[in-house]
Design a binder for this molecule. Structure first.
Ligand code: ATP
Length: 205
């Protein structure tokens, strides 16, 4: 069963095409890596899948519908995190749940190594902790699709394992996790790898 369908997507920034004729069909319950050199278009594709930008041409469908900004359907961990600095770690994780009166973050905070600092303003935490907070925020609703841009960029080996365990747990619950990364440790843990080169999907490797 296809969950995410990307059909003939091209995207232009200024006068240059940064994505060209991208076709992709992905099923639920998988950890899919978007790999490729810096500037190959990974972040752009992340933003299109998460519905925060519209493609110049082509279609993206999640469960047969265009992406919305409803984080239970598709969530985003942006490269620049976009946390609310004065809120605590826990409050940031719970932001998508605030409108739903749901959300039990204890297990997730534990899994991401954040339980001990949950009540601290996020601005008083390390960059790696902030990145795991933004990851928790992306996973807290157990979305159909979680789009995660470089989620291990600020993590050491030990914390990469925590991140991968948290990803594996949501994937086992049905989430399609799409992870843009250069990190070989994440690439090795993936169910499938989509490689981009100059905005086009290229066969492995
Ligand atoms: N706002 C923008 N305006 C114009 N060009 C942009 C803009 N943002 C990105 N680009 C260009 O689009 C291309 C793809 O960028 P993108 O950020 O998607 O790459 P990436 O694979 O995620 O790179 P990285 O691994 O360095 O994050 C790059 O050539 C980049 O310079």
């Amino acid at each position: 069963m296809t969950l995410l369908e990307v059909r003939g997507v091209s995207h232009r920034r200024d006068k240059t095409y940064v994505l060209r004729d991208v076709d992709l069909s992905l099923e639920p319950s998988a950890l899919t890596v978007l790999a490729g050199r810096s500037g190959s278009g990974k972040s752009t594709l992340c933003h299109l899948i998460a519905g925060v930008m519209k493609p110049t041409s082509g279609d993206l469908l999640i469960g047969g519908r265009p992406p919305t900004t409803d984080w239970a359907t598709v969530s985003l961990l942006p490269q620049r995190l976009a946390l609310e600095p004065s809120l605590t770690v826990e409050e940031n994780v719970l932001l998508p749940a605030a409108l739903r009166a749901t959300g039990r973050p204890e297990v997730l905070l534990q899994r991401l190594g954040l339980a001990g600092i949950a009540k601290r303003p996020v601005q008083d935490t390390s960059l790696g902790e902030q990145q795991r907070t933004a990851l928790g925020r992306a996973l807290v609703l157990g979305p159909q699709v979680a789009v995660l841009d470089e989620p291990t960029a600020h993590q050491d080996d030990e914390h990469v394992h925590l991140v991968l365990d948290a990803l594996r747990a949501v994937v086992e619950s049905g989430t399609l996790a799409i992870v843009a990364t250069h990190d070989q440790r994440v690439i090795e843990a993936a169910d499938n790898v989509v490689r981009l080169r100059s905005g086009r999907i290229t066969p492995e490797p």
